[in-house]
Design a protein around this ligand. Sequence first.
Ligand code: AP5
Ligand code: MG
Length: 221
Amino acid sequence: MAVFVVLLGPPGAGKGTQALRLAQSLNVPHISSGALFREHLKNQTELGVKANAYIEQGQLVPDDVTIGMIRERLSRPDCAPGAILDGFPRTPPQAEALDAILKDLGSSLRAVIHIKVAEEVLARRVCGRRTCREAGHIFHVEFNPPKVPGVCDYDGSELYQRRDDMRETVLERVEVYQRQTTPLIEHFRKRNLLREVNGVYSIDDVTAAMIDVLKSPGETE
Ligand code: AP5
Ligand code: MG
């Protein structure tokens, strides 16, 4: 049975950092809606240009655009064994669409891991983040610095600061998360899919906690 796991959490919670590690550990692709939008923008596709107008304002990209992009990605053969979904779903219609997409693939959601991090920590994490141009590898100037400043450890490409990682945009993104995405926490709790981990600990400790909660379905923390 394929393993589809969703990572839920505010901007800076560590979804991208942890999704990569979990994907390697479970040997499934890491699918980040934000990274897919950034890839589209890099290639100047129509979708990328349209999405960027929302991303730069810290707003969510409309559901129909986002759902279409994720449906296409999940239907590719590399997702047959499952996937770690980072940043999707973020609204109730997206959650509904994910159920339908997975049903069409003859599968269903295994778990939703909510990475809990207090708001005070988020801006510091996001503002210090550096992202690699080539593949989106994630670093932090203070908490997870690259060996050579400004250069990705994995592929040697340049590290840059995301345009939506400016302080005012980050605050807006956190607000949007509270308003539009947190209702999903209850939604998944009711379906007994929700698992929670405390995201304030070290990157390694959070990974260990996530692997743990996936082994013990039904339990939280
Ligand atoms: P997206 O790219 O998904 O951004 P986000 O949800 O705001 O989350 P971030 O990527 O900022 O944080 P993260 O949780 O991945 O943290 P990370 O691991 O990098 O989305 C961007 C935009 O695209 C959205 O605003 C929206 O416009 C649009 N979009 C995307 N999906 C959408 C959807 N489904 N619907 C509509 N619109 C959508 O970690 C952050 C930093 O902290 C890093 O520097 C990292 O090194 C560091 N760090 C991580 N863990 C730790 C730790 N345990 N201790 C210390 N430092 C840590
Ligand atoms: Mg991310």
